[in-house]
Design a protein around this ligand. Structure first.
Ligand code: GLP
Length: 260
């Protein structure tokens, strides 16, 4: 994993947005998007660049996860989050987002349908991820199979409490979700993880320097040949090898790898 520690969120936004330059000549066509506050500086930078060049006009976007029970028009659905923060400001139609239907009559069938849709599309060349404070990626909570595919998961109390700030009342946070699996995520050609703030410091250390374990689903990213994790100083605070990472000579963005 390439670990990149930034002195400001503005610097993080520029460095992560640079990985999307392949979209300018059509080499990057399918991008997976995470929700949450961590990727917002990146998304704002992508929107600013797109307004100058239009380079994301032909890209297809894929959702990472969704709450079971919330329809795609619900203001708390992750589909709405991505339309509001990414596709809308990019001026792209909602159909450009491959969405998970949290209100599907059978969420288990919907998970299978979405996994098949991703495979049929050829997978994503680039996947954006955040990191849960318990080390989850997508909504793959601790204990998730490291080979898992898109499926229904139950949220931990920690995650429901972390995400309660977006809902009118804590009890409104759904208990169940549909999420791309760890194995699904690992098929992406390249992965960018963004984690910021002191609340992520333990999860970051366990993901980057801890053992490979389903107890920290983010640690599965150690198996992927092309992962960058972009951090601010508070999120990097518990890394034993922080000084070493600061000396890392980063590879230039290059041709996207095809999905695996
Ligand atoms: C949710 C999402 C994750 C996201 C995480 C962190 O649990 N399912 O995809 O990474 O929140 O969110 P934030 O970036 O707001 O801390």
């Amino acid at each position: 994993m390439e670990v990149v520690i930034h002195s400001s969120l503005a610097e993080l936004a520029v460095a992560t947005a640079d990985r999307f330059e392949g979209a300018a000549d059509g080499r990057l066509q399918r991008i997976g998007l995470a929700t949450g506050s961590s990727p917002l500086p990146l998304y704002d930078e992508l929107i600013a660049r797109h307004r100058r060049t239009g380079y994301l006009a032909a890209v297809e976007f894929f959702q990472l996860d969704e709450y079971v029970g919330l329809g795609g028009d619900d203001p708390n659905s992750y589909r709405q989050f991505l339309l509001e923060h990414v596709l809308g400001p990019l001026g792209l139609p909602a159909e450009r987002l491959h969405a998970i239907d949290g209100a599907a009559a059978d969420p288990f069938d919907e998970a299978d349908r979405y996994e098949a849709e991703l495979v049929a599309a050829g997978g994503v060349e680039l996947q954006v991820l955040g990191l849960g404070s318990d080390g989850h990626i997508g909504f793959n909570e601790p204990g998730s199979s490291l080979g898992s595919l898109t499926r229904v998961k139950t949220l931990t109390a920690t995650t429901r409490s972390d995400n309660a700030r977006f809902f009118a009342a804590p009890e409104d946070v759904p208990h169940h979700v549909i999420t791309q699996g760890v194995g699904t995520i690992l098929r992406a050609g390249e992965i960018i993880v963004i984690a910021t703030g002191a609340g992520k410091a333990d999860a970051v250390a366990a993901t980057v320097e801890g053992p490979l374990t389903s107890s920290v689903p983010g640690s599965a990213l150690q198996l992927h040949p092309r992962v960058q994790i972009h951090l601010d100083e508070p999120a990097a605070a518990n890394l034993a090898r922080a000084d070493y990472y600061r000396e890392t000579l980063l590879a230039r963005p290059r041709l996207p790898d095809p999905p695996r």
